[in-house]
Design a protein around this ligand. Structure first.
Ligand code: ADP
Length: 500
């Protein structure tokens, strides 16, 4: 058990971000050190080789100055009394070979013969033919590397000879080898130290991520107020923290909305249900005649009707807000639609002794959903009539300008107090009856209106004065781009946001 727990812990560690960050850092650092090591080694070797090459070039010049071949007789022409000249000639003859054009050795140093061996006639022919500087690397039988400069030498009688001068690279190879060995011997130590550094740096870099994770663990449906403090560095992690905090805020507001919604719904359904139950119980206990039973049934039916209305409205609103009620986009003329709705409300308006007037343009083309726009106008008109006392006026006006249609529905009714205005688009929000007379609605009509306006990418404004009246102003864009799924989803999400 202990062993398997240990294994799970190590597997977790290996998969962790910290391990991967540190491992990438160590891998990169190791590769960099290897590349640097190889680069320095090559550079060092290059510097030594260049030095030897320069030396051999100088000696080649000296050969030309001091060597005389006259009718087969080889003579080194220099001042034997001058120690410097004697030294130069002596040095260049240490690894040296002179042959005739056919490759027959004429003069050589013992080192050249024993360590490198005479060059083959083919090699010599090729070198003479190429007529330029020949540089070759050769190894002695003991493995000592030599750099050889060879080429054509022409005597005073214009006869061709082959000369090769060599230099041992043993010393420079030892230095380069020593450097390489020491460098690569230190490499494991550097890798181990870089691993510790990488592990430490990855830990430091991930501390804020751990904070985010810990805060996320603390968050539950009941505790959505947690916020991660920003580090003030304005870097990627701060942006992550910021997005996380904003997500929590949105979740919080959506949870609050949902909680509020369930509370509202249960309250709305419980009230008529309790009333129905009470009426039926009273009827059962007290009613004696058929008429008394009938009265109780009629009352109960009215409450059942109200209950079904609430459920229907709720269903429609939840369909709208969850995106199931998609806008059916068509090019529509708003003027006849509004005229029809106003006509439908004329008789009820007369019944309520209200004057209903309309000021509509000939044509007003917009893109939208006919059914939803009819619902919007009906809701606003029925509200205006509900909250306007007898003798009042309700007016519908539409103006159409390029790119925008404006709908105004105004009444000379009770008006809404300023402190209620920001809430009238909330679900189930009704201005308390003491402020506004008899309680007549469900408090869902304006939520739906707000959703329709948002889904059409429009705006809604309300102005109201107690005792003077209320004016709703809606603007809709005259041309709405071709609908797509995303657009509808966005509209629904926005409408939900506005209702919150
Ligand atoms: P309801 O079904 O109660 O009318 P709404 O969502 O349509 O629900 O309206 C919310 C509240 O806004 C109403 O309860 C009412 O108090 C107020 N209201 C809406 N329209 C008007 C209006 N034209 N005049 C006065 N008050 C209004």
């Amino acid at each position: 058990m202990k062993l398997s727990l240990h294994r799970i812990a190590s597997a977790h560690l290996l998969k962790g971000l910290r391990f991967r960050l540190a491992a990438s850092y160590v891998l990169f650092f190791t590769l960099l050190l290897i590349v640097l090591g190889v680069f320095f080694k090559q550079t060092l070797k290059g510097i030594y080789d260049d030095q030897v090459r320069e030396l051999l070039t100088e000696e080649w010049g000296a050969v030309k100055g001091y060597l005389r071949i006259d009718k087969g007789k080889i003579d080194w022409y220099y001042d034997t009394e001058d120690p410097e000249e004697a030294f130069i000639v002596d040095r260049l003859k240490q690894v040296y070979l002179l042959t005739d054009a056919s490759g027959k050795p004429l003069e050589w140093s013992e080192k050249y013969k024993s360590e490198i061996g005479f060059d083959s006639p083919d090699e010599i022919r090729l070198a003479l033919k190429s007529q330029k500087q020949n540089w070759t690397m050769k190894r002695s039988k003991q493995g000592v590397p030599y750099m050889i400069r060879s080429g054509l030498f022409v005597d005073d009688n214009h006869k061709s000879f082959y000369v090769a001068l060599g230099r041992s690279l043993a010393e420079s190879d030892t230095i380069v080898g020593r450097f390489t060995w020491r460098y690569f011997a230190l490499l494991p130590l550097m890798i181990v130290s870089s691993s510790f550094l990488g592990w430490y740096m990855a830990r430091r870099a991930l501390i804020p991520v751990d904070d985010v994770a810990r805060t996320a663990q603390r968050i539950t449906g009941a505790n959505l107020t947690a916020q991660i403090p920003s580090r003030g560095a304005n870097d990627e992690l701060d942006r992550l923290i910021d997005s996380f905090n904003r997500m929590i805020e949105r979740l919080n507001s959506s949870f609050t909305q949902t909680r509020q919604f369930s509370t509202d719904v249960s309250h709305e359904l419980r009230t008529p249900l309790t009333a129905i139950r009470g009426q039926l119980e009273v009827a059962l206990l007290t009613a004696k005649t058929i008429d008394e039973y009938k009265d109780a049934m009629v009352d109960a039916l009215q409450d059942v009707e109200r209950l079904s209305q609430t459920i229907r409205a709720l269903l429609l609103l939840s369909q709208a807000e969850s995106g199931q009620l998609a806008i059916q986009w068509h090019v529509l003329d708003l003027a006849p639609i509004a005229a029809d709705i106003v006509d439908q409300f004329q008789i009820p308006a007369e019944g309520a002794r209200l004057t209903l007037t309309a000021d509509l343009p000939e044509v007003c083309l917009i893109e939208g959903d006919r059914i939803q726009l009819e619902r919007l106008l009906s809701n606003l008109l029925s509200n205006a009539m509900k909250y306007t006392p007898e003798g009042g006026t309700v007016h519908v006006g539409i103006t159409c300008t390029t790119g925008q249609a404006t709908i105004v529905v105004e009444d000379t009714g009770l008006g809404i107090k300023q402190d209620h205005l920001p809430h009238i688009f909330d679900r189930f929000y009704r201005v308390p009856t003491a402020d506004q007379g008899p309680d007549k609605g469900l408090g869902l009509g304006l939520s739906f209106v707000a959703w329709i306006v948002k889904a059409h990418r429009g705006t809604i404004d309300v102005e109201s004065q107690i005792g003077i009246g209320t004016r709703f102003t809606i603007t809709l864009p005259a041309a709405i781009p071709a609908p797509d799924f995303e657009l509808q989803q966005q509209s629904v999400a926005d409408a939900a946001e506005m209702n919150s």
